[in-house]
Design a protein around this ligand. Structure first.
Ligand code: DLL
Length: 428
């Protein structure tokens, strides 16, 4: 279902809207945020120089560090009395990034989440079990208000309490669950442990997001839970969940809600814009945010953009599933590789679970990388042979041999019940 006809508008119409909204956003940022006034003045850009999105690359970037430096509210563009809600994104180090919403921002957010749900095939009247964490994280409340906006029913169960999740899902017959991909797998394992026949669960759709999910991981979720898995993307600095979402017709790339967020892909090392189809870092500019307008935010997420027509009828650009971040890059003895590349190779083997961890150490000034992968519960083959095959494939596909590849028993790798999963442990 298409929630708002703007999603199918001719691209020229969309462009006009983007042009106008970009001008307004730059004016708002320049007038009301001293950080942006200084940054624009320093780059020699006057808001009048920006007549539309073709001028976007004249604007300076905003980075994660800028959010930290301006902590807590240096990037806010409205008076405190107009801020209706705050959220925070917890980084791994330092202060969180605080984000703010006016009434109008909250309306936009509900709308883009409702559009995402509709794109996923969720319908008014469906019961959506929202298993994202409530609180400062944007997942819980972000999904919550969008589910209500769509006219579906929300079960605000939040993260964790997995047995209760399964019982309520059965008793209330939830049609949809919203959660991280790692939690979807944990839910399936817990249902098995409870003796619940997973095939009998009422779910038809899982909307997963907030974490990367490679193709083999998605296949594991879809086949084990017998559901459609729909990828939902977003980040607190821009709005939260609802920046882009897959459609259930094609499930190929995430439609960016381009009337509210302008996407670019740039070379992560030079910052130069890349042509359509080339992989690079996603940069987003908000087009309608009042409390926290953000110009050219370096998301760190790696993707490509495609303007090809989609079978669902939406005319909006699609971004590829995000499976890596610029700061995930592992540089091991001169080889550059992303954890998702390792995941993609390892999880394609029969006999292993979609559960693994990567440990990095420094030994005598040399990097050491250890990979640990879990065997399936019913694996009864030769472990050494499987290890050899995985090593061979890593070498052939990634030109890389880990210092150690350990295959451990089913259940040996710790699961994450609440929050985002961690797979890489850098002890260096
Ligand atoms: O994770 C917002 C969200 C909540 C998105 C629920 C989807 C569903 P943050 O905590 O600020 O916000 O983290 C944002 O998470 O820059 C990506 O690196 C990653 N991320 C979010 N969605 C996806 C996804 C929420 N679908 C950061 N695929 C982003 C891969 C994702 N990575």
């Amino acid at each position: 279902m298409i929630y708002n006809q703007v999603e199918t508008a001719p691209r020229s119409e969309l462009r006009e809207l983007q042009d106008r909204r970009l001008q307004e956003t730059v004016e708002n940022a320049y007038e009301n945020v001293s950080f942006y006034r200084d940054a624009l003045d320093e780059s020699g850009v006057d808001p009048d120089d920006i007549s539309g999105v073709e001028d976007v690359s004249k604007l300076p970037f905003t980075t994660k560090e800028d959010f930290r430096d301006e902590y807590p509210n240096g990037l806010f563009a409205v008076d405190d009395s107009e801020v209706r809600r705050l959220h925070a994104s917890s980084g791994t180090t330092g202060k969180p990034k605080i984000v703010a919403y006016t009434d109008s921002d909250l309306d936009v957010w509900s709308e883009v989440v409702a559009r995402s749900l509709a794109a996923a095939g969720v319908e008014p009247g469906d019961l959506v079990q929202n298993a994202y964490g409530y609180g400062l994280f944007t997942g819980g409340l972000g999904l919550h208000q969008g589910i209500e906006e769509l006219g579906a029913t929300v079960l605000p169960i939040g993260a964790g309490g997995t047995q209760r999740q399964i019982e309520m899902m059965q008793d209330l017959e939830s049609d949809v669950i919203t959660c991280t991909p790692s939690y979807a797998l944990y839910l399936e394992e817990t249902a098995e442990e409870m003796g619940v026949d997973v095939g009998d669960l009422p779910l038809s759709t899982i909307m997963f997001g907030a974490e990367p999910c490679t193709d083999p991981m998605r296949e594991a979720i879809e086949s084990r839970l017998d559901v459609d898995g729909i990828d939902l993307y977003g980040l607190s600095e821009i709005i939260g969940p609802g920046v882009s979402c897959e459609c259930n017709e094609a499930q190929e790339g995430l439609h960016v809600f381009e009337d509210h967020f302008y996407p670019e892909v740039v070379d992560p090392s030079t910052g130069e814009p890349l042509p359509e189809g080339e992989e690079g870092e996603l940069v987003l500019t908000t087009l309608s945010k009042d409390a926290l307008p953000v110009l050219r935010y370096r998301t760190g997420d790696l993707t490509t953009l495609s303007y090809d027509e989609c079978e669902c009828g939406r005319t909006t650009v699609r971004m590829d599933n995000v499976t890596g971040r610029t700061d995930d890059l592992l540089i091991v003895r001169g080889a550059n590789l992303y954890p998702s590349e390792i995941e993609d190779v390892v999880l394609k083997f029969d006999g292993v679970e979609p559960q693994y961890r990567i440990d990095l150490y420094e030994e005598n000034n040399l990097d050491r990388i250890e990979i640990t992968v879990e065997l399936s519960e019913d694996f009864d083959g030769d472990v050494d042979q499987l290890r050899g095959e995985i090593q061979e494939r890593l070498k052939n596909v990634l030109v890389f041999t880990p210092d150690s590849l350990e295959l451990v028993e089913y259940g040996d790798i710790e699961r994450t019940e609440v929050g985002k999963v961690q797979r890489v442990y850098d002890h260096r």
